[in-house]
Design a binder for this molecule. Structure first.
Ligand SMILES: Cc1cc2nc3c(=O)[nH]c(=O)nc-3n(C[C@H](O)[C@H](O)[C@H](O)COP(=O)(O)O)c2cc1C
Length: 319
């Protein structure tokens, strides 16, 4: 059984990966996608998307970080995968799930699910150029407009030499709207031999167990559920009887939020620090009622210092 932290552009960056993997509950995590459009990217682009590359591609707690590429030109994807591997990436993953209009317009992400042959060409070229010891993996949705090519796409991914496939159990058109069609993962999984990871709409223990049952997968990727409840992976790993009650209380979350503001400000961007706290609170309120009250208060704040002060006061009131 593996638990994986999902790649999430604009949400799961180096700092969020540091926080969410600190207890060692995830087997690995994945970078935000690195876009390959028309050139061999310079080393600094790889280090920017994955600062952990300077730490042997591991978070401070030792959790491996896989590199995710997004693009469609087979030669360029291969060249960039090779560079990533040479820089030490332990695994190269390819994004066939991104629903963004701009990305899809440039033939990246989920739009490629309309053409299994194109997916095959991209991954085969990458596999051929990459050193043998570095695994190639893929992450797909169930389709673009419908699920009719789900099995063909998975088989193309396997035939091209990928050694693991993560399936987000929705089509591009289904976006992020519930439900996730976990039973479809089982259907696809039965038609390939590589390990499959199930993903989509796991917010609590019940979802986790239901997803495992319906997807017939032991390997599970957590996305927004791990942002809403950073203890979710720990809760899943606890021995029975299991409880949904977060192991760490609200005080710990306040400390996490303050750590996040401070570390983000260290890199010089106060506005980004404030925005990401609002973004995170909007998720945290799904698991912590206190986050909703705080969100209503701080959403009007313009200054990061004001937000930090509020968090400090809130924490002091708890002590
Ligand atoms: C804000 C956001 C950014 C995302 N960025 C990526 C990405 O860079 N690469 C990727 O493969 N999937 C990306 N995803 C999809 C997630 O990895 C995951 O498949 C999806 O959120 C479903 O899982 P969940 O319901 O547990 O959140 C993103 C999702 C969100 C909400």
């Amino acid at each position: 059984m593996k638990l994986i932290l999902a790649p999430m552009e604009g949400l799961v960056d180096v700092h969020m990966r540091t926080l969410l993997t600190q207890d060692g509950a995830f087997d690995y995590c994945v970078t935000e996608f690195l876009r390959v459009s028309d050139l061999l990217l310079p080393n600094k682009a790889f280090y920017r998307i994955c600062p952990e590359a300077h730490n042997d591609w591991k978070t401070p707690s030792g959790t491996p970080v896989h590199l995710q590429l997004l693009g469609s030109n087979p030669e360029l994807m291969a060249e960039n995968a090779r560079r990533g591997a040479i820089l030490g990436a332990p695994v190269i993953d390819v994004n066939f799930g991104c629903p963004s209009k701009t990305v899809n317009h440039n033939r990246g992400g989920s739009v490629l699910l309309q053409d299994p042959e194109e997916i095959y060409q991209i991954l085969s070229a990458m596999r051929q150029d990459m050193p043998n010891h570095v695994p190639l993996t893929a992450k797909m949705r169930l389709g673009y407009e419908d699920k009719s090519l789900a099995i063909e796409n998975a088989q193309a991914i396997e035939a091209a030499g990928a050694s693991e496939l993560c399936i987000h159990a929705r089509t591009k058109v289904e976006g992020y709207k519930p439900p996730a069609h976990w039973e479809w993962i089982a259907k696809v999984k039965s038609q390939v031999t590589i390990p499959v990871v199930a993903n989509g709409e796991i917010w609590n223990l019940d979802d986790y167990h239901k997803c495992r049952e319906l997807s017939e997968c032991d390997n599970i990727m957590l996305g927004r559920g791990a942002i809403a409840n950073p203890d979710l992976a720990n809760l899943i790993r606890q021995p029975p009887p299991q409880t949904n009650k977060p192991k760490n209380g609200w005080a710990q979350r306040l400390e996490d939020l303050m750590w996040m503001i401070n570390i983000t400000m260290e890199t010089g961007n106060a506005k980004f620090a404030a925005d990401r706290i609002k973004q995170w609170l909007a998720y945290l309120k799904l698991a912590y009622p206190q986050a909703d009250v705080l969100f209503q208060e701080v959403k009007r704040y313009k200054k990061t210092e004001q937000m930090l002060q509020k968090l400090e006061d809130e924490l002091a009131n708890l002590k």
